[in-house]
Ligand binder design. Structure first.
Ligand SMILES: [Zn+2]
Ligand SMILES: [Zn+2]
Ligand SMILES: [Zn+2]
Length: 230
């Protein structure tokens, strides 16, 4: 197994510390001027924006003022690393390539909804904007970036939409799988007016009808059923 450490003792010595913020012992995420911080404190602290009481600037307040433990900006606290996104300059938790969460989500969504020409399929621009503007971009990222479990379905569906394999009609969404993800995506598409808004009950009924029609073998019966229910 390819491990960067040889023994459990070495792992303990290299990666395990008491968190300077919460006191819990565990794997540390970063070393800040006041000590090592755990992943939970690291992520939570990097979401705290405000006016730094030391310099008066609006920044992420990840530092602690030595004399009164007041949250201060990273520069005033003497951080050796920057938490500013290389793309937009916003401070916060950084991902691959030192991009913030929002820029990472935007990039990923643009990649997924690409129509093959290096840009988001024009009809889907409102969906791309909706996905990237969600209140909690972290959940947006999880929705579109994970390749595991249910979100793998979302990735495939978004790609299908981008390439135009999935036509932008309610009918096209009836048979998409996984259907819960498809239903959620359809809601979003209605929310940003890419698909005409129809009642949720109607979409569920249409789905039931389609499945029911599949079990009716006689063409005439099928025609009659369709005639009476639509
Ligand atoms: Zn902690
Ligand atoms: Zn400051
Ligand atoms: Zn950014």
């Amino acid at each position: 197994m390819d491990r960067p450490y040889a023994t459990a003792e070495q792992y303990e010595r290299w990666f395990i510390r008491d968190c300077a913020r919460c006191g819990r012992r565990g794997t540390f995420a970063a070393r800040w001027p006041d000590g090592h911080v755990c992943r939970t404190c690291h992520d939570r602290t990097l979401r705290a924006h405000g006016r730094c009481p030391s310099c008066g600037l609006d920044r992420v307040l990840a530092g602690l003022r030595a004399e009164d433990q007041a949250p201060i900006c990273t520069r005033c606290a003497g951080f050796s690393i920057s938490y500013a996104c290389v793309e937009c300059g916003q401070e916060g938790k950084l991902h691959a390539g030192r991009h913030c969460t929002r820029c990472t989500v935007t990039r990923r969504v643009a990649e997924l909804l690409d129509d093959g020409t290096g840009r988001v399929r024009p009809e889907l621009v409102p969906l791309a904007e909706l996905l990237t503007s969600m209140d909690n971009p972290l959940s947006g990222l999880a929705r579109v970036s994970s390749r595991h479990g249910r979100s793998a379905g979302a990735v495939d569906l978004l790609r299908g939409l981008g390439r135009g394999d999935i036509v932008l009609t309610h009918e096209a969404f009836h048979r998409l799988q996984p259907w819960r993800v498809a239903a959620h995506l359809r809601e979003l598409l209605m929310q940003c007016d890419v698909l005409p808004r129809i009642d949720k009950q109607v979409t569920l009924f249409e789905r039931w009808l389609l499945e029911h029609l599949d079990t009716v073998t006689e063409a005439e019966q099928r025609r009659l059923l369709r005639q009476y229910t639509t």
